[in-house]
Ligand binder design. Structure first.
Ligand code: 5GP
Ligand code: ZN
Length: 116
């Protein structure tokens, strides 16, 4: 639906419901689901439905970037005490392994001590 990235992109496939995930929030713009290798008690990935490579592309749609950040705050409220860290690994040299923009929401126990 979004073009070239879709078929081969794991986060596009999760957003489309073609690959299972523990989804904690879904709306027209973003999907949030638990990371399969959690680094904190709450470790959720928030992704735009649209396939963009990383946060440097996501800034081209400020409303969509805002939706990602807003959802991160809501997840932290819903599943922890509201405090959270937000991490966008950007580029392979910084540890990005999935090239569909995603915000790591780290909250609850262990959130302050991760290597992310
Ligand atoms: P990156 O290193 O690109 O910032 O983070 C990618 C994250 O996606 C990693 O924390 C990894 O555990 C998570 N991840 C990779 N594949 C899947 C998947 O298929 N499902 C879920 N829920 N998380 C994934
Ligand atoms: Zn994608």
């Amino acid at each position: 639906s979004e073009g070239a990235g879709d078929r081969d992109c794991i986060f596009c496939r999760i957003a489309a419901g073609d690959v299972p995930a523990d989804v904690v929030h879904s709306d027209d713009d973003v999907v949030a689901f638990r990371d399969t290798a959690p680094k904190a008690d709450v470790h959720v990935l928030v992704v735009p439905r649209a396939h963009v490579r990383d946060v440097t592309d996501l800034v081209d749609d400020p409303a969509l970037l805002a939706a990602v950040v807003r959802t991160a705050g809501e997840v932290a409220q819903d599943f922890a005490d509201g405090d959270f860290r937000l991490v966008f690994n950007t580029g392979p040299g910084a540890g990005q392994t999935v090239f569909h923009a995603h915000a790591h929401v780290l909250a609850g126990g262990g959130a302050a001590a991760t290597g992310l």
